[in-house]
Each structure stands twice: as C-alpha cells, then as structure tokens.
Design a protein around this ligand. Structure first.
Ligand SMILES: Nc1ncnc2c1ncn2[C@@H]1O[C@H](COP(=O)(O)OP(=O)(O)OP(=O)(O)O)[C@@H](O)[C@H]1O
Ligand SMILES: NC(=O)c1ccc[n+]([C@@H]2O[C@H](COP(=O)(O)O)[C@@H](O)[C@H]2O)c1
Length: 296
C-alpha cells in the first residue's frame, strides 16, 4: 500500500470517529484478528513521530508476558492535556503508528520470547503468537478518562485489565492534582488504579531527576506521603517502575527525532525504527517552515 493510500485511509477513519459520539475507537488491528487476550497494554503517545524509545517501552512489556498472547493498543489522543496538536497531521501520525506496529512486530519476531514465530518468518499471518496491535484513537486527554472510554467501548471485554505504558515524566503528570478539577485531589485516580496498572519506564535526566529520585517516587507513595492529596499507599503495588536508558545511552525523544530530520538525518537511525524513518524522510511530515524542532 502506498503512503498516500495509507494516509487517506486513516484520514477517512479519523473523520468518521470525530463525527461520531464515541470517545474511543479502534481503527485498525494488525494483523486483522479479533481473538481474545488477558491483558491489554496501552501505549498512549503523541506519536510525533514514534521513536525507538516507544519501541523499547512496548517491546520490553510484551516480552515480559509473551503468554498468553498479549495485545497492544497504540493510542492517539486527538486532544492533549497541555499542548496543541502540531506539526504532523493526525493522519500522518496514524500512518506512522501503523508502520511502527509493523516495525515492532518485526523486532519482536527476532526476540527469544517470540522465537517460535521468528522461525516461521510469517509474522504477517493471522495464526501466530506475535501480539496483536490495535491502532486506536480517543477524544480524552487524561489517563483516567482514556481508560474509562476503553472500558466503555464494545471493543474489548469489560473486565480486561489495562496496563498503561508510560515514561516517568508522564507518571508525575498523572499524579499532579492540577489536572483534576474541581477539587484538585487524586480522588479521580481511585477507579483507574483499582482496576488497571501502570508500567513506567524511568527517564533519568535533568527535568525529572536521576534514577534514585525516580525510584523514591514510589517509596514516597507507599509511605503515605501523598495521602493528604487523596493518594493511596496501595497504589504503589499497581505501578511497576522499569529501567530506561542506561547512563551512557543517548536520550531518545520525538522532539529529538523532529530536530534530527532537518539538522542530522543520519541520527534518525538510532532515534526511530526503520519504516517510520523511511516515512518521515520521504513524506515531509515535518516541514522545516512549521518548526520541526518545536516541542509539541
Ligand atoms: N526516552 C524515553 N524514556 C522513557 N519514556 C519515554 C521516552 N520517550 C517517550 N517516553 C514515554 O512515552 C509516552 C509517550 O511519549 P511522547 O509521545 O510524549 O514522547 P516524547 O518523546 O516525550 O515526545 P516529545 O519529545 O514530542 O515531547 C510518554 O509516557 C513518555 O513518558
Ligand atoms: N493527568 C493526566 O492524565 C495527564 C497529564 C498530562 C498529560 N497526559 C497525557 O499524556 C500523553 C502524553 O503527553 P505528552 O505528549 O504531553 O508527553 C498525552 O495523551 C497527554 O494528554 C495526561
């Protein structure tokens, strides 16, 4: 399928979704298969563009529980909690999400956890053990509402546990009462964390503190330091912190990939997966004039 066809297909599906009263929908499943899973991993992102950090976050989670066959939802919110949606269009991002899904499945097929599939090299066939990947959209910017919209849709069994895959910076924002008017407490997290989980990849660096500081976040929650804001100690059991980049590894982000596109395109090799790289190099999803370096 050409890039143009892929984009047009997503533009049409997105238009239908935005016109509907639905708060969440799945636009595509790769491969098109609807068998049941016990856990739904959810990677919510701006996918602007999808990076190798996103690939690592998703692949390590899926490899940790290869059986029964896990399912992954790549979720794009048409509204962000803080920022306007620029510069890549939503249809470009959805096209890149599909390419990312293919990159991810190709990567997983080479890993020991999914070795039986790797040996068949038929990872595009419906009958195999690689995870199913859904491309979904939601109108909701906050995690508590995204989770409820997924539960309330008829796309998955109601009881399905969701494991939201985030980075540490996003965990901090999920726990910021400023997002929960009118009372500005952590109360709205109660139904979310009673039923679902968070798998959080550490993101050491200036803005969010070093590894030890990030580990201390959960200790503080478990000790009751967030009780006064409506937090609950038992939530620490529902949140798993996992290692991120090693100290000597480069810091990968979508911002960095957008910058590299215009200033150092060879850096895209270690910033984004293959099919995504080919797409952004050929499709001008980030025109220089629109500020490819802008943080969006
Ligand atoms: N290098 C990384 N390490 C850990 N978590 C990451 C990393 N990159 C992205 N994430 C997490 O993936 C999720 C989606 O990321 P998002 O789309 O905001 O990417 P980003 O690279 O931070 O984007 P941008 O640079 O445009 O702000 C967020 O929860 C974010 O914390
Ligand atoms: N309290 C929350 O649930 C909360 C806070 C900030 C961002 N978000 C969401 O996290 C996702 C990632 O955000 P950024 O693209 O700004 O890193 C977006 O979908 C955004 O809307 C949720």
């Amino acid at each position: 399928m050409s890039y143009q066809t892929l984009r047009t297909q997503y533009a049409t599906l997105l238009k239908q979704f935005l016109k509907s009263t639905k708060e969440f929908d799945v636009l595509t499943t790769i491969p098109p298969d609807h068998s049941a899973s016990e856990t739904l991993y959810v990677l919510d992102s701006s996918f602007n563009p999808p990076t190798l950090a996103h690939l690592r976050i998703a692949s390590t989670a899926l490899q940790a529980t290869p059986k029964p066959r896990p399912r992954l939802l790549l979720l794009l919110a048409t509204q962000n909690a803080d920022k306007p949606s620029k510069p890549a269009s939503f249809e470009d991002r959805l096209a890149m999400m599909e390419l990312f899904a293919r990159d991810l499945r190709a990567h997983l097929a080479t890993t020991p956890a999914f070795a039986d599939t790797a040996s068949s090299s038929e990872f595009e066939l419906p009958v195999e053990s690689l995870p199913l990947i859904d491309i979904g959209v939601t109108k909701k910017p906050y995690f508590v509402d995204k989770a409820a919209a997924i539960e309330g849709s008829d796309r998955y069994p109601v009881a399905l546990e969701q494991v939201h895959l985030t980075g540490f910076d996003t965990l901090v924002r999920i726990f910021d009462p400023k997002y929960y008017p009118p009372h500005h407490t952590l109360g709205p997290l109660v139904p979310f964390l009673e039923k679902h989980r968070l798998r959080v990849t550490m993101r050491p660096g200036d803005a969010w503190g070093e590894r030890e500081e990030q580990l201390a976040f959960l200790d503080a929650l478990a000790r009751g330091d967030r009780d006064a804001e409506g937090g609950r100690r038992e939530w620490a059991q529902r949140i798993q912190l996992v290692e991120g980049r090693k100290p000597k590894e480069q810091n990968v982000s979508s911002t960095r990939a957008r910058e590299a596109l215009h200033s150092a395109p060879r850096d895209l090799d270690w910033l984004v997966p293959d099919l995504v790289r080919q797409y952004i190099l050929s499709e001008e999803a980030y025109p220089r004039s629109e500020g490819g370096t802008a943080k969006v």
